[in-house]
Design a protein around this ligand. Structure first.
Ligand code: HEC
Length: 183
């Protein structure tokens, strides 16, 4: 191969390389690279802060004494139907799965004769706590949340006004009903 031949071949190779480079540049210019794809999704930026109370759980809308003042014991009597699976409510009634609840308002916690309470609830009784309207309200709202370890297998009554109806009914189950708290 003489040098002339070599130059021809080298020129052809170079030419080809140049051509490839040029088309590459041209293609890139025509077809813009796709926008960079980011995994995930965009978060709505700066969601306006809602008022603190709106974000809080729609729990007690009104204080318990206010709810009790307008509570309906008759409605409460209807609402305690699920409780009767485990509790009797009449005076001198038997202990069932749970203790008899006649006169439970203002009764010392875990104090009904002949009932074998859980250690968890006895602890509250040992501290001298009573079933005030307030304590009953918390307990009925969520027994296991209020007294972790209690043997009462009841999920809880979430509506504050319905609990007030139940408390109003429980209050009537007494020889000497406890005074309602003043709103
Ligand atoms: C599945 C059975 C069950 C149901 C349903 C149930 N309870 Fe109970 N309850 C119990 C048991 C068991 C205890 C004793 C708890 C312990 O020893 O920890 C108890 C304890 C109580 C106490 C405390 C009594 C005391 O002497 O200290 C109150 C008050 C009470 N229940 C109210 C209610 C009300 C009101 C309802 C209905 C809204 C209800 N319970 C539904 C089983 C039940």
């Amino acid at each position: 191969m003489d040098s002339f031949e070599f130059n021809k071949i080298a020129g052809a190779v170079l030419g080809t390389l140049l051509f490839i480079m040029a088309t590459g540049l041209l293609a890139e210019a025509i077809f813009a690279p796709p926008a960079q794809v980011v995994a995930g999704y965009a978060l709505p930026a700066g969601e306006p802060e809602k008022g603190g109370s709106a974000a809080a759980p729609a729990a007690q809308s009104e204080p318990l004494p206010v709810l009790l003042a307008k509570a309906d014991a008759k409605k409460g009597e209807g609402l305690i139907k699920p409780c009767t699976a485990c509790h009797s409510f009449e005076k001198g009634g038997p202990n069932k799965v749970g203790p008899n609840l006649y006169g439970v308002v203002d009764r010392p916690i875990a104090s009904h004769e002949g009932f074998n309470y859980s250690a968890a609830i006895k602890e509250h009784g040992a501290k001298g706590e009573k079933w005030t309207f307030e304590n009953l309200d918390h307990f009925i709202a969520g027994p296991k949340a209020y007294i972790p370890g209690t043997a009462m297998g009841y999920a809880g009554l979430k509506e504050a006004d319905r609990r007030a109806d139940v408390l109003a009914y429980l209050r009537t189950l007494s020889d000497n009903p406890a005074p309602l708290p003043t709103p």
